[in-house]
Design a protein around this ligand. Sequence first.
Ligand code: ATP
Ligand code: LTN
Length: 333
Amino acid sequence: MDKDGSKIIFSGIQPSGTITLGNYIGAVRNWPLTAKMGRGIFSVADLHALTVRNKPSELRARTLSTFAILLASGVDPENSIVFVQSHVPAHAELAWVLNCYTMFGELGRMTQFKDKSKQHSENVNAGLFTYPALMAADILLYDTDLVPVGVDQKQHVELARDIALRFNGVYGDVFTIPEGYIPSFGAKICSLTRPDKKMSKSDPNPKSYISIVEDADTIIKKFKSAVTDSDGRIAFSPEKAGISNLLTIYSTMTGCTVEEAVSEFEGSGYGDFKLAVGKAVAEGLRPLREKYEDLMNNKDYLVSVMEQGAARAAKIADRTLARVYKKIGLFKG
Ligand code: ATP
Ligand code: LTN
C-alpha cells in the first residue's frame, strides 16, 4: 500500500529475448490496466536474465528494446515507475537477505527451476535455483499489493508470499503480503508449433512464437503455419489445443468472447480461420509497433526515462531495505 492508501502494483519481465504475444496477452497488456487501480511499478528484470549465458552486447540491446516495448504497450512513465532492475542495487541486496529465509526444499519444488534445469542441463547454476528469492525481493521492496503475471509465475508469487509471512512471523509486520493478479483468460498462450507448451521467448524455434514488434507479413505467415489438428472443426476444447489457442488469441486481440469467435468462424476452413487470426493480431499490434519504432529512434529519451525511473524506485526500495537491515540486526554506526 502507498502512503496515500492506494494499491501498489508491481511486475517485471526478463530481457531474455523478444517480447512475445504470450508475454503481452498474459502480462504486459495488463500492466497499464492494473496501474489504474493504484500506483504501478514495472521493471525490466535484467539480473534475472543472467541465469543463462548471454552475449553482453545482446543483453544490453534487449534491455533497451524491452524497456521501449513496455512504454509502447501503454505503461505511462508519468503515472507509473518504470526502471531497470540492476539500476536499483537494493534488489540484489534484499535478495541475499531473503535467500536466508527461503528453504532449499521450497526452491527445489519450483516448476520453472525443474523445467529450466532440464533445458539448460549444462548450466544448472545457483542463480537459476535462487531466482525466486530475487523475484521476492523485487516484489517486497515496494510494499506491493498486486503482481500481474501469467499463470506460469503464480508459484513464484506464492513463494514470495510465504517468504514475507515467514519473515513477518519473526520480525513483525515488515513486509506487505502480495497477491498474484492472473488474468481469467489468456494467462497461458501456447506455442504455435507445439500447442501443448506455453509460448516462450527463449524457444529456439522462431515459428513457435510471435514477437510483438515483428512486421505484419511475418506475423500472418506464422499464423498460417500454426499447428492445429485434422478434424476440421473450429471449437474450444482441451482436445483441440491448437484451435483453442488460436481462439483465445483471437478473442483477446479483438475483444470478442470465445463463443462469438466460434460462431463467427462456424463452417470456415482452418486456412481462412488462421489467416483471420493472423490479420487480427498484426492489426491489433500495429499501434504498439509504430510507437516502439518511434521510441527506438529516440534512445536519449528512453535513457532519461530509465534514469528517472531508477531514482524514483531507489527512493522507495532503499527505505524498505533500511527497515529490513534494522529489523534483522545489521549494525549501523
Ligand atoms: P523465457 O522464455 O525466457 O523463460 P518467458 O517468455 O517465459 O521467458 P518471462 O520474462 O519469464 O517470459 O515472463 C514475463 C511475463 O509474461 C510473466 O508474467 C509470465 O507469466 C508471462 N508469460 C510468459 N509466457 C507466457 C505465455 N505463454 N502466456 C501468458 N503469459 C506468459
Ligand atoms: N520471473 C518473472 C519476471 C519477474 C517478475 C518479477 C514478475 C522478475 N521479477 C517480479 C513479477 C514480479 C518471469 O516472468 N519469469
